[in-house]
Write a protein of this length. Structure first.
Length: 275
Protein backbone atom coordinates (compact mmCIF):
# COMPACT_ATOMS: atom_id res chain seq x y z
CA UNK A 1 0.00 0.00 0.00
CA UNK A 2 1.21 3.52 -0.79
CA UNK A 3 2.65 5.68 1.96
CA UNK A 4 -0.02 8.05 3.31
CA UNK A 5 2.46 10.94 3.52
CA UNK A 6 3.23 10.50 -0.20
CA UNK A 7 -0.47 10.54 -1.03
CA UNK A 8 -1.02 13.64 1.12
CA UNK A 9 1.78 15.55 -0.64
CA UNK A 10 0.20 14.68 -4.01
CA UNK A 11 -3.19 15.71 -2.68
CA UNK A 12 -1.84 19.08 -1.51
CA UNK A 13 -0.37 19.68 -4.96
CA UNK A 14 -3.70 18.99 -6.66
CA UNK A 15 -2.45 15.95 -8.56
CA UNK A 16 -5.87 14.29 -8.13
CA UNK A 17 -7.87 16.80 -10.18
CA UNK A 18 -8.80 15.45 -13.59
CA UNK A 19 -10.74 17.01 -16.47
CA UNK A 20 -14.47 17.52 -16.86
CA UNK A 21 -16.31 14.20 -17.04
CA UNK A 22 -17.52 14.93 -20.59
CA UNK A 23 -13.90 15.21 -21.77
CA UNK A 24 -12.65 11.95 -20.35
CA UNK A 25 -11.03 9.04 -22.17
CA UNK A 26 -12.75 5.75 -21.14
CA UNK A 27 -9.36 4.02 -21.08
CA UNK A 28 -8.51 6.08 -17.98
CA UNK A 29 -11.35 4.44 -16.01
CA UNK A 30 -9.01 2.17 -13.94
CA UNK A 31 -7.21 5.24 -12.59
CA UNK A 32 -10.31 7.29 -11.69
CA UNK A 33 -11.50 7.23 -8.08
CA UNK A 34 -14.76 9.14 -8.37
CA UNK A 35 -16.65 12.04 -9.90
CA UNK A 36 -17.16 15.30 -8.03
CA UNK A 37 -18.93 18.43 -9.31
CA UNK A 38 -18.60 17.26 -12.90
CA UNK A 39 -14.84 16.59 -12.56
CA UNK A 40 -13.10 13.23 -12.42
CA UNK A 41 -10.93 12.60 -9.37
CA UNK A 42 -7.77 10.53 -9.92
CA UNK A 43 -6.96 7.68 -7.52
CA UNK A 44 -3.75 8.91 -5.84
CA UNK A 45 -2.89 5.48 -4.44
CA UNK A 46 -2.59 4.25 -8.01
CA UNK A 47 -0.66 7.40 -8.93
CA UNK A 48 1.84 6.72 -6.14
CA UNK A 49 2.30 3.10 -7.23
CA UNK A 50 2.75 4.05 -10.89
CA UNK A 51 5.14 6.87 -9.99
CA UNK A 52 7.29 4.42 -8.01
CA UNK A 53 7.33 2.04 -10.97
CA UNK A 54 8.36 4.85 -13.34
CA UNK A 55 11.07 6.29 -11.08
CA UNK A 56 12.62 2.83 -10.54
CA UNK A 57 12.85 2.32 -14.31
CA UNK A 58 14.26 5.83 -14.91
CA UNK A 59 16.88 5.31 -12.21
CA UNK A 60 18.11 2.19 -14.03
CA UNK A 61 18.23 4.06 -17.36
CA UNK A 62 20.27 6.89 -15.81
CA UNK A 63 22.59 4.38 -14.11
CA UNK A 64 23.29 2.82 -17.52
CA UNK A 65 24.58 6.18 -18.78
CA UNK A 66 21.78 6.83 -21.27
CA UNK A 67 19.72 9.99 -21.69
CA UNK A 68 16.04 10.72 -21.03
CA UNK A 69 14.50 13.43 -23.23
CA UNK A 70 11.92 15.62 -21.46
CA UNK A 71 9.10 17.11 -23.55
CA UNK A 72 6.82 19.87 -22.23
CA UNK A 73 5.81 22.80 -24.43
CA UNK A 74 2.76 24.05 -22.51
CA UNK A 75 3.19 27.39 -20.73
CA UNK A 76 2.73 26.17 -17.15
CA UNK A 77 5.18 23.27 -17.61
CA UNK A 78 8.09 24.56 -19.72
CA UNK A 79 9.97 26.50 -17.02
CA UNK A 80 9.51 23.74 -14.44
CA UNK A 81 10.77 21.05 -16.81
CA UNK A 82 13.68 23.19 -18.03
CA UNK A 83 14.83 23.75 -14.45
CA UNK A 84 14.51 20.17 -13.19
CA UNK A 85 15.79 18.48 -16.36
CA UNK A 86 18.69 20.94 -16.52
CA UNK A 87 19.62 20.17 -12.90
CA UNK A 88 19.64 16.45 -13.75
CA UNK A 89 21.79 17.14 -16.84
CA UNK A 90 19.13 15.74 -19.17
CA UNK A 91 18.03 17.15 -22.56
CA UNK A 92 14.62 18.77 -22.90
CA UNK A 93 12.30 20.36 -25.45
CA UNK A 94 10.20 23.22 -24.07
CA UNK A 95 9.54 25.16 -27.27
CA UNK A 96 7.79 23.82 -30.36
CA UNK A 97 8.52 20.12 -30.99
CA UNK A 98 10.71 20.01 -34.12
CA UNK A 99 9.06 17.56 -36.52
CA UNK A 100 11.33 14.58 -37.13
CA UNK A 101 13.23 15.18 -33.91
CA UNK A 102 13.45 11.42 -33.42
CA UNK A 103 12.52 9.90 -36.79
CA UNK A 104 14.91 12.23 -38.64
CA UNK A 105 17.53 12.59 -35.92
CA UNK A 106 20.44 12.92 -38.38
CA UNK A 107 19.00 16.14 -39.82
CA UNK A 108 18.42 17.56 -36.32
CA UNK A 109 22.06 16.82 -35.46
CA UNK A 110 23.13 18.75 -38.58
CA UNK A 111 21.18 21.76 -37.32
CA UNK A 112 22.93 21.47 -33.95
CA UNK A 113 26.30 21.33 -35.73
CA UNK A 114 25.46 24.63 -37.45
CA UNK A 115 25.37 26.25 -34.01
CA UNK A 116 28.80 24.82 -33.22
CA UNK A 117 30.11 26.12 -36.57
CA UNK A 118 28.95 29.67 -35.78
CA UNK A 119 30.57 29.46 -32.34
CA UNK A 120 33.87 28.38 -33.94
CA UNK A 121 33.64 31.24 -36.45
CA UNK A 122 33.38 33.72 -33.58
CA UNK A 123 36.40 32.20 -31.85
CA UNK A 124 38.77 31.95 -34.83
CA UNK A 125 37.93 35.41 -36.25
CA UNK A 126 36.06 34.36 -39.41
CA UNK A 127 32.90 35.97 -38.04
CA UNK A 128 34.56 39.41 -38.17
CA UNK A 129 35.34 39.03 -41.88
CA UNK A 130 31.61 38.82 -42.72
CA UNK A 131 29.62 41.86 -43.81
CA UNK A 132 27.21 43.49 -41.38
CA UNK A 133 24.22 41.94 -43.17
CA UNK A 134 25.77 38.46 -43.16
CA UNK A 135 26.57 38.70 -39.45
CA UNK A 136 22.98 39.69 -38.73
CA UNK A 137 21.70 36.65 -40.68
CA UNK A 138 24.13 34.32 -38.89
CA UNK A 139 23.12 35.71 -35.47
CA UNK A 140 19.42 35.29 -36.24
CA UNK A 141 19.94 31.70 -37.39
CA UNK A 142 22.00 30.94 -34.27
CA UNK A 143 19.37 32.49 -31.96
CA UNK A 144 16.55 30.52 -33.60
CA UNK A 145 18.44 27.23 -33.34
CA UNK A 146 19.39 27.99 -29.73
CA UNK A 147 15.77 28.62 -28.82
CA UNK A 148 14.49 25.40 -30.38
CA UNK A 149 17.44 23.03 -29.96
CA UNK A 150 19.75 24.60 -27.40
CA UNK A 151 18.95 22.09 -24.67
CA UNK A 152 19.81 19.06 -26.84
CA UNK A 153 23.25 20.14 -28.04
CA UNK A 154 24.87 17.45 -25.85
CA UNK A 155 22.49 14.72 -27.04
CA UNK A 156 24.73 13.02 -29.59
CA UNK A 157 22.60 9.88 -29.90
CA UNK A 158 18.95 8.87 -29.66
CA UNK A 159 17.46 9.11 -26.15
CA UNK A 160 16.79 5.91 -24.24
CA UNK A 161 13.36 7.19 -23.16
CA UNK A 162 10.93 10.11 -23.35
CA UNK A 163 9.26 11.84 -20.43
CA UNK A 164 6.17 13.73 -21.57
CA UNK A 165 3.91 16.23 -19.82
CA UNK A 166 0.47 16.13 -21.53
CA UNK A 167 0.42 13.37 -24.14
CA UNK A 168 -2.48 15.00 -26.00
CA UNK A 169 -0.53 18.20 -26.64
CA UNK A 170 2.71 16.33 -27.41
CA UNK A 171 1.04 13.74 -29.66
CA UNK A 172 3.68 14.15 -32.41
CA UNK A 173 6.50 13.35 -30.00
CA UNK A 174 4.54 10.35 -28.74
CA UNK A 175 3.95 9.07 -32.29
CA UNK A 176 7.64 9.36 -33.19
CA UNK A 177 8.69 7.51 -30.03
CA UNK A 178 6.13 4.77 -30.69
CA UNK A 179 7.36 4.38 -34.26
CA UNK A 180 10.95 3.89 -33.07
CA UNK A 181 10.08 1.77 -30.04
CA UNK A 182 11.42 4.30 -27.53
CA UNK A 183 9.85 3.83 -24.04
CA UNK A 184 7.49 6.65 -23.04
CA UNK A 185 7.06 7.89 -19.48
CA UNK A 186 4.24 10.41 -19.10
CA UNK A 187 1.93 12.38 -16.88
CA UNK A 188 -1.44 11.17 -18.16
CA UNK A 189 -4.61 13.14 -17.35
CA UNK A 190 -8.18 11.84 -17.57
CA UNK A 191 -8.59 13.15 -21.13
CA UNK A 192 -5.65 11.07 -22.46
CA UNK A 193 -5.25 7.53 -23.74
CA UNK A 194 -2.92 5.59 -21.40
CA UNK A 195 -2.74 2.50 -23.64
CA UNK A 196 -0.01 3.93 -25.87
CA UNK A 197 2.20 4.90 -22.90
CA UNK A 198 4.72 2.46 -21.43
CA UNK A 199 4.89 4.04 -17.97
CA UNK A 200 1.67 5.85 -17.08
CA UNK A 201 1.64 8.36 -14.20
CA UNK A 202 -2.05 9.26 -13.78
CA UNK A 203 -2.00 12.91 -12.71
CA UNK A 204 -3.17 16.45 -13.30
CA UNK A 205 -1.00 17.72 -16.18
CA UNK A 206 -2.36 21.28 -16.15
CA UNK A 207 -1.59 22.68 -12.67
CA UNK A 208 1.97 23.92 -12.15
CA UNK A 209 2.16 22.49 -8.60
CA UNK A 210 1.13 19.06 -9.83
CA UNK A 211 3.67 19.16 -12.67
CA UNK A 212 6.40 20.36 -10.32
CA UNK A 213 5.97 17.59 -7.75
CA UNK A 214 5.88 14.80 -10.35
CA UNK A 215 8.80 16.11 -12.42
CA UNK A 216 10.79 16.68 -9.23
CA UNK A 217 10.29 13.03 -8.20
CA UNK A 218 11.29 11.85 -11.65
CA UNK A 219 14.47 13.96 -11.87
CA UNK A 220 15.46 12.98 -8.33
CA UNK A 221 15.32 9.33 -9.44
CA UNK A 222 17.50 10.17 -12.45
CA UNK A 223 20.01 11.96 -10.21
CA UNK A 224 20.09 8.89 -7.95
CA UNK A 225 20.78 6.74 -11.00
CA UNK A 226 23.66 9.00 -12.01
CA UNK A 227 25.08 8.71 -8.47
CA UNK A 228 24.76 4.91 -8.70
CA UNK A 229 26.73 5.01 -11.95
CA UNK A 230 29.39 7.23 -10.39
CA UNK A 231 29.73 4.97 -7.33
CA UNK A 232 29.94 1.86 -9.51
CA UNK A 233 32.62 3.48 -11.65
CA UNK A 234 34.64 4.50 -8.57
CA UNK A 235 34.37 0.96 -7.20
CA UNK A 236 35.63 -0.45 -10.53
CA UNK A 237 38.55 2.00 -10.57
CA UNK A 238 39.50 1.03 -7.02
CA UNK A 239 39.27 -2.66 -7.90
CA UNK A 240 41.49 -2.12 -10.95
CA UNK A 241 44.04 -0.22 -8.86
CA UNK A 242 44.08 -3.00 -6.26
CA UNK A 243 44.49 -5.57 -9.03
CA UNK A 244 47.42 -3.60 -10.49
CA UNK A 245 49.08 -3.43 -7.08
CA UNK A 246 48.74 -7.21 -6.63
CA UNK A 247 50.03 -7.89 -10.11
CA UNK A 248 53.04 -5.57 -9.73
CA UNK A 249 54.99 -7.66 -7.10
CA UNK A 250 54.32 -10.81 -9.13
CA UNK A 251 55.63 -9.11 -12.25
CA UNK A 252 58.75 -7.96 -10.40
CA UNK A 253 59.40 -11.48 -9.08
CA UNK A 254 58.94 -12.92 -12.57
CA UNK A 255 61.34 -10.34 -14.01
CA UNK A 256 63.97 -11.19 -11.37
CA UNK A 257 63.58 -14.90 -12.07
CA UNK A 258 63.98 -14.31 -15.81
CA UNK A 259 67.07 -12.17 -15.21
CA UNK A 260 68.63 -14.89 -13.00
CA UNK A 261 68.01 -17.50 -15.66
CA UNK A 262 69.69 -15.33 -18.29
CA UNK A 263 72.70 -14.78 -15.99
CA UNK A 264 73.01 -18.53 -15.50
CA UNK A 265 73.04 -19.04 -19.28
CA UNK A 266 75.80 -16.47 -19.69
CA UNK A 267 77.94 -17.99 -16.88
CA UNK A 268 77.74 -21.61 -18.22
CA UNK A 269 79.67 -21.02 -21.47
CA UNK A 270 82.29 -19.08 -19.54
CA UNK A 271 82.90 -22.07 -17.26
CA UNK A 272 83.17 -24.40 -20.29
CA UNK A 273 85.84 -22.17 -21.84
CA UNK A 274 87.87 -22.22 -18.62
CA UNK A 275 87.76 -26.02 -18.54
Amino acid sequence: MANNSDVKSLLDAGVHFGHLTRKWDPNMAPYIYMERNGIHIINLYKTTAKLKEATDALRKIAASGRKVLFVATKKQAKDIVAQHAGDANMPYITERWPGGMLTNFVTIRKAVKKMATVDRMKKDGRYETLSKKERLQVDRMRAKLEKNLGSITEMTRMPAALFVVDTVREHIAVKEALKLGIPIFAMVDTNSNPRVIDYVIPSNDDASKSIDIIVNEVTNAIKAGLEDRKSEKNAEDQANEASDEETSPKADAKAKKTASAEDAKVETPAKDEEE
